[in-house]
Design a protein around this ligand. Sequence first.
Ligand code: FES
Length: 275
Amino acid sequence: MTERVFLQLGTRPVPYPEDVRARLDRDADTIIARYSLPEAPDPQMARSALLPLLHLVQAEDGFVSPTGIEFCADRLGLTGAEVTAVSTFYSMYRREPTGDYLVGVCTNTLCAVMGGDAIFEALQDHLDSGDDRLTLTRVECNAACDYAPVVMVNWEFFDDQTPESARALVDSLRIGEEVVPTRGASLCTFKETQRILAGFPDERPGAAHAGGRVGEPTLAGLHIAQDAGMTAPTVSRPTDSGAAPLDSEEATAAATTKDKPAPAPTESVPPEKGE
Ligand code: FES
């Protein structure tokens, strides 16, 4: 008979205290019920709750702790290895304890060339004295390139940053000032943010209306297209709402272009204003 050998890799999980476990179980019930109805449990569907459950344990521990991994595995019928595999794939799940404010500097290509690398270095020097409440990290592109270089604190955007403005930002965080991102409600702590990301209500004043702006950098391409008289082709498609089906010409066009790569841009570039 084969003897099973248990290899302990990493820190041994310490079970949550009873009251904490009971509270997390109640929250986990709420999350799992979004995917698998309690009256007709579906273990496969319930596994879809893993991502919000990982945010829930980050809200408790400040990172995806070994105990949090065991909790998720236990609640979803997964192995610790499966939970670990998912949590280490996504960069929003932290593997190390994280301070109240996760300061992420985008150093992806566009932000980097616009000054993101300089901002990261400036903050590295500035935070050298060490402050457990702030955790500095590099982040990948968050699709805010039109406001590059961006800094994110607890995943809220601070647009058009400079080394000076980023230093002022972390100084405000360090002294506990209220800090409002460029787009969004006032910052809350990393753990509070994680609870919101787990799907619980965002009760920050103004959070529901903090839709942000559509500024000139975002609209620049649209304005160029409009000035050049460019329009998108219109193709009516059959929909459940009863829109007209494709006529034969449209159907032929759709069939011949389906699965083909988009053509490379060949139009001449509109002249710069004033040229
Ligand atoms: S490269 Fe920084 S947001 Fe896109």
